[in-house]
Design a protein around this ligand. Structure first.
Ligand code: SAM
Length: 295
C-alpha cells in the first residue's frame, strides 16, 4: 500500500477532472511501487480520456461480474441461498437484479417452492430475471413487481406471506430510511429473512485511511483479471466506479455498514438473528450472511 495519500489524491483528482498526468511523475512513481495495476490503469485512462466512449460499459460490467472473484463469490452465495430455501414453499427476493444469485440457487437442487416473488425497481433487470425464470423454472409461478422495497412494503396486505425473504447485495442500494422501515414492515409477513452483504471496514469517507483502503481494494480487483479483460474491466467498470466514489459532488448511491450494525438494527425491530457469519473473502470486503427469524 502506498504511504503517500497526498500524491495518490492528486492522481485521482487529475483522473477525475481529465487534466492529464503531466507533472505527476513523482506521484506516479510512488504509486506504481505499491499499486502497480491501479497506476497502469490510471495512465491508460489519462491517455484515452479524449475518447471516453472507447469502452463499452455494459460489456465491461458483464466481464467483471462473470470473472475474477465474482465467480467463487456467487457460487458461495447461491449455495447458501439453496440451503436456506430447502423446504420453503414461498420465496421473496428483494432487489433480485437479473437473478444472478437466485437462479443458480434454485437450480442447485430440487426445490419445494410453489411461488416466487421478485421485487426489483430496475425494469431491464427485472425483465431479464423474468425471462430467466421462464426458461429455467417454467413450472414455478412468478410474481414480478417493478418497484423498490419501500413501495412494496407500503402495499403489503394482512394475508401476504412468504416463508423466506432474501436480499443479496441489494439492501445496501436502498436508502436507509426506506430500508429499515421496509424491513420492519416485512416482519409480519415472512418467516425468515436472509441477507447477504459486505462487511465493510468502519472508515470515514474522505479520510486518508479511506482513500488508501479504496486504492488497495481496486488494486486487488484489477489483479483478478488478465490481459485484454483487465483493460476492459478496469477502464470500463472499475476505474469509473472508483473515481465516482471519490467524487464528493456525487450523491451516495449505496449505504453499507460493518456486519454488527445489521444485527443491532434488525434485533431492535424484533427480528431474532440466528446466524451472522462471514461467507467468503472478496476484493471489496468480506461477504457475510445474516439469517433472522421473524417471531
Ligand atoms: C448489486 S445489485 C444485486 C442484484 C442481485 N440481488 C444479485 O445478487 O446479483 C443491487 C440491486 O438492488 C436494486 N435496488 C436498488 N434500489 C432498490 C430499492 N429501493 N429496493 C429494492 N431493490 C433496489 C438494484 O436495482 C439492483 O438490482
Amino acid at each position: 500500500m502506498t504511504h503517500d495519500p497526498t500524491a495518490l489524491r492528486a492522481l485521482f483528482h487529475a483522473a477525475r477532472h481529465g487534466t492529464g498526468l503531466a507533472g505527476h511523475e513523482a506521484a506516479l512513481e510512488d504509486a506504481a511501487a505499491h499499486l502497480p495495476l491501479l497506476t497502469a490503469a490510471l495512465r491508460l485512462h489519462a491517455a484515452r480520456a479524449a475518447d471516453a466512449q472507447v469502452y463499452d460499459q455494459p460489456a465491461a460490467f458483464e466481464a467483471f461480474i462473470r470473472g475474477g472473484g465474482n465467480v467463487p463469490l456467487y457460487a458461495q452465495v447461491s449455495a447458501e441461498l439453496a440451503a436456506q430455501a430447502a423446504g420453503a414453499r414461498s420465496l421473496l427476493d428483494i432487489g433480485c437484479g437479473d437473478g444472478h444469485a437466485l437462479f443458480p440457487a434454485l437450480a442447485a437442487q430440487p426445490h419445494t417452492l410453489e411461488c416466487l416473488t421478485l421485487v426489483e425497481p430496475a425494469s431491464a433487470l427485472l425483465a431479464s430475471a423474468v425471462a430467466r425464470a421462464q426458461a429455467e423454472q417454467p413450472a414455478l409461478p412468478v410474481q414480478a413487481l417493478n418497484e423498490g422495497l419501500g413501495a412494496f412494503a407500503a402495499r403489503l396486505q394482512p394475508g401476504d406471506r412468504w416463508d423466506i425473504a432474501q436480499a443479496t447485495f441489494a439492501l445496501q442500494a436502498v436508502p436507509e430510511d426506506e430500508r429499515w422501515a421496509g424491513l420492519a414492515r416485512l416482519r409480519a409477513h415472512v418467516g425468515r429473512l436472509v441477507i447477504v452483504e459486505f462487511d465493510v471496514p468502519p472508515l470515514t469517507r474522505g479520510t486518508d485511511a479511506h482513500l488508501l483502503s479504496l486504492a488497495a481494494r481496486y488494486e486487488r480487483a484489477l489483479g483478478e483479471y488478465d490481459g485484454a479483460t483487465r483493460e476492459l474491466v478496469g477502464q470500463g467498470f472499475l476505474l469509473p466506479m472508483l473515481l465516482g466514489q471519490l467524487d464528493e459532488q456525487t450523491a451516495a448511491t449505496n449505504w453499507e455498514h460493518p456486519m454488527p450494525l445489521w444485527r443491532e438494527r434488525l434485533a431492535a425491530q424484533g427480528w431474532r438473528v440466528q446466524r451472522l457469519e462471514r461467507l467468503c473473502d472478496y476484493f471489496w470486503a468480506p461477504v457475510f450472511v445474516l439469517v433472522a427469524e421473524a417471531g
